[in-house]
Design a binder for this molecule. Structure first.
Ligand code: WQD
Length: 350
């Protein structure tokens, strides 16, 4: 591990044991930042941080802290000189959010206001926020640009992301010290090249690619393809903008650099601009894994939109960032993780 110049800046990563958080920690350390991870481990395992330490060859201070525990959060800011925060922590299952809206608003919105209060009290005003294309609701036009209307999303998960964006707009207007970059993710897939970390959903995966990967290792019998009567090229659901999680992670490094420009509040799509249907993804994964993926065409999933993909031009222009990895690499890297870890991190206690 060549000696890396440290920027001398410490970044607090909330939800840093999670799928996108752990991949982002690797890229941030490679870019010369020091990292502190907090995670309440409701949907992640500290094992992923241990494996990140092996990849980057250094220790990462990590704490089991819940954003709803303000004194514990204060402790972190007392213990470490935090220069910026990347805020991933939150619940993200669309279906679950419809069953447990209060849990989602308390965790996602309440957790964020706690974080913002503690940041302000400690003079930390640099924030990158993990938002989602779901705030656009049903696209009125495609590809989606950052000025597409937001807020029409119907599920509490998507609404919580929209509410947080609104909170960030308001604190930015009220106090110019805030530097905030909001990143709207499209569909993250794939894993770090090592195959030692990856997406490890608890229970039945909601998202397409983890489900396909679990079919490939025999944990699921077949994939249910939600809807085959969409007006997409092959009739199946969701033309979606799948983006390699390492590309997404590098977008966070670019966003942290943007904060140094005293940028006020900026919003960027993190996507590839290229959409693929469900069957495109099945075929790409079969090619990468050499496994046949059994599937059944079933009814649409309530709330799904036919097509959703980004115009990533603004991030290219203002962050100097574009996604580089294609579909084959996304599927090859996902397969390496899932085939080497059929049960995900489950084999290890927290
Ligand atoms: C993709 C396509 C499904 C599963 C969701 C959240 C969004 C963000 C990303 C957090 C759709 C189809 C899926 C399956 C299927 N999460 N599908 N069978 O719905 O674009 O976005 O995840 O920020 O907020 O809404 O992603 O992976 O769930 O679905 O046919 O078993 O795959 O219908 O067309 P989605 P997805």
């Amino acid at each position: 591990q060549a000696f890396k110049m440290s920027s001398g800046k410490t970044i607090l990563v909330t939800g840093g044991a999670g799928y996108i958080g752990s991949h982002s920690v690797i890229e941030l350390i490679d870019a010369g930042y020091d990292i502190v991870v907090i995670d309440n481990l409701v949907n992640a395992s500290m094992e992923s941080v241990r494996r990140v330490e092996k990849i980057v060859g250094k220790q990462i201070p990590s704490y089991n802290v819940d954003l709803l525990n303000k004194p514990a959060l204060e402790e972190i800011f007392k213990k470490h000189k935090i220069s910026a925060v990347i805020h991933f922590a939150g619940l993200k299952a669309v279906g679950e959010s419809c069953e447990l809206p209060l849990l989602y608003y308390k965790t996602n919105v309440g957790g964020t206001t706690n974080l913002l209060e503690v940041m302000e009290a400690n003079g930390v005003f640099n924030l990158v926020f993990s938002s989602s294309a779901t705030v656009y609701g049903t696209p009125q036009f495609l590809p989606l640009t950052e000025d597409h209307p937001v807020g029409s999303c119907t599920n509490p998960y998507g609404k919580s992301k929209y509410m947080i964006e609104q909170i960030l707009q308001d604190i930015s207007s009220s106090n110019k010290k805030w530097n905030i970059v909001i990143l709207r993710y499209f569909n993250p897939v794939g894993s770090h090249k090592s195959g030692t970390i990856g997406e490890d959903p608890q229970g039945i995966p909601n998202n397409l690619m983890p489900y396909i990967a679990q079919v490939a290792v025999g944990r699921r019998e077949f994939l249910s393809v939600y809807g085959s009567d969409y007006d997409t090229p092959d009739g199946t659901a969701g033309v979606r903008d799948y983006i390699h999680v390492v590309d997404l992670a590098q977008g966070h490094v670019a966003a942290v650099r943007k904060l140094d420009e005293q940028c006020g509040l900026k919003i960027y799509n993190l996507g590839t601009g290229q959409g693929y249907s469900v069957l495109d993804m099945v075929k790409a994964f079969e090619k990468a894994s050499g496994k046949k993926i059994a599937y059944k065409l079933v009814d649409r999933r309530p709330g799904d939109v036919a097509s959703c993909f980004s115009d990533p031009a603004l991030a290219a222009k203002e962050l100097g960032w574009t996604a580089k990895k294609g579909l084959d690499e996304m599927c090859e890297d996902l397969w390496r993780w899932q085939s080497q870890n059929p049960q995900g991190f489950k084999t290890v206690k927290n």
